[in-house]
Design a protein around this ligand. Structure first.
Ligand code: NAX
Length: 327
């Protein structure tokens, strides 16, 4: 039996938390032979609800669950953690200015970055899910100067999975036959789901669909899928977001399949002309617990304009939180 690893989840009493924790404890994220100790962080008013979640986790008698820490103190939550899924945040509400949103999230992700810096394992793998995810990851990373910047990632895997599903439906195939889809940039409506390098059962994806569908249906539907789910369900994506978070971490740890890649938002080092430092959705392969950007892809004018648009939005978000980045 392997030694248990410690997995922190923030916003653990929220709806994504409720869909996520039971799957982590069941071994879906790190494997059926990897015991876990869950570290659950919530704000103080949510602690009673969190206790209910803890009771339910215990009531599952999961063989792999070797302990639970439930707390409202980030210093306790991140003590010695190997993984941190930062889900709790304050998404944009009606009438909220971007400035207010970034300020409120700065108040969450700057202290959490500091607590990770002080207490997490040096190899910690951090996934930010809470929106605005890319910029929240940037704030946490900037406040954790003693950790490798590459420890910090944000989630664009839900968008990636949505793209797979939509393309499979359109081509009458299964998602497992699809390779090399990329979602570039921000987890927002400026994201760019790119099919130029994708294949479906070995054939180029864009040869199987017409350009009008790609531009007028596929791209906007993927970009707006979150809003469509809110409209249909009266609540934002939860189980699919949790599933994507599991996929993101599992791929990071266990690697990508031969001949394929996934989309992860990771710190830019300038690849594809993106401003260094931005947490940007890229095509990556993973091996031995490390991710590597897929280099050398041909980017045509169509793609270049869309990648530039989402990069611009992320540069603007970064400018809005400059005072939280400690530089
Ligand atoms: P909920 O409102 O159900 O849950 C959020 C939980 O976070 C609450 O229980 C709240 O008490 C807690 N929380 C707030 N501040 C906290 C803090 N400082 N420390 C610890 N916990 C804190 O939201 P839920 O539906 O679970 O969504 C969580 C976040 O994921 C939101 O920001 C949402 O916008 C974002 N999403 C991101 C997605 C992505 O692909 N990156 C997709 C799904 C989702 O929209």
């Amino acid at each position: 039996m392997k030694t248990p690893v410690r997995v922190a989840v923030t916003g653990a009493a929220g709806q994504i938390g409720y869909a996520l924790l039971f799957r982590i404890a069941a071994g879906d994220m790190l494997g059926k032979d990897q015991p876990v100790i869950l570290h659950l962080l919530e704000i103080t008013p949510a602690l009673p609800a969190l206790q209910g979640v803890v009771m339910e986790l215990n009531d599952c008698a999961f063989p792999l669950l070797h302990g639970i820490v439930a707390t409202d103190d980030a210093n306790v939550a991140f003590k010695d953690v190997d993984f941190a899924l930062l889900v709790g945040s304050r998404p944009r509400g009606p009438g909220m200015e971007r400035k207010d949103l970034l300020e409120i999230n700065g108040g969450i992700f700057a202290p959490q970055g500091k607590a990770l810096n002080a207490h997490a394992k040096r190899h910690v793998k951090v996934l930010v899910v809470g929106n605005p995810a890319n910029t929240n990851a940037l704030i946490a990373q900037a406040n954790a100067p003693d950790l490798d910047p590459k420890c910090f990632t944000a989630m664009v895997r839900l968008d990636h999975n949505r793209a797979l599903s939509l393309l499979a439906e359109k081509t009458g195939t299964h998602t497992t036959g699809i390779r090399k889809v990329t979602v570039w940039g921000n987890h927002s409506s400026t994201q760019y789901p790119d099919l130029h390098h994708a294949s479906v059962d070995g054939k180029p994806a864009l040869a199987l669909v017409d350009q009008a569908w790609y531009e007028k249906d596929f791209i906007p539907v993927v970009q707006q899928r979150g809003a469509a789910i809110i409209k249909a369900r009266g609540a934002s994506s939860a189980a699919s977001a949790a599933s994507a978070a599991i996929d993101h971490m599992r791929t990071w740890v266990m690697g990508t399949a031969e001949g394929d890649w996934v989309s992860m938002s990771i710190p830019s080092e300038g690849s594809y002309g993106i401003a260094p430092g931005l947490i940007f959705g890229y095509p990556v392969t993973c091996k031995d617990g490390k991710y590597t950007i897929v280099q050398g892809l041909a980017i045509n004018e169509f793609s270049r304009a869309r990648i530039a648009a989402t990069e611009k939005e992320l540069r603007e978000e970064r400018a809005g939180v400059e005072h939280l980045l400690g530089r």
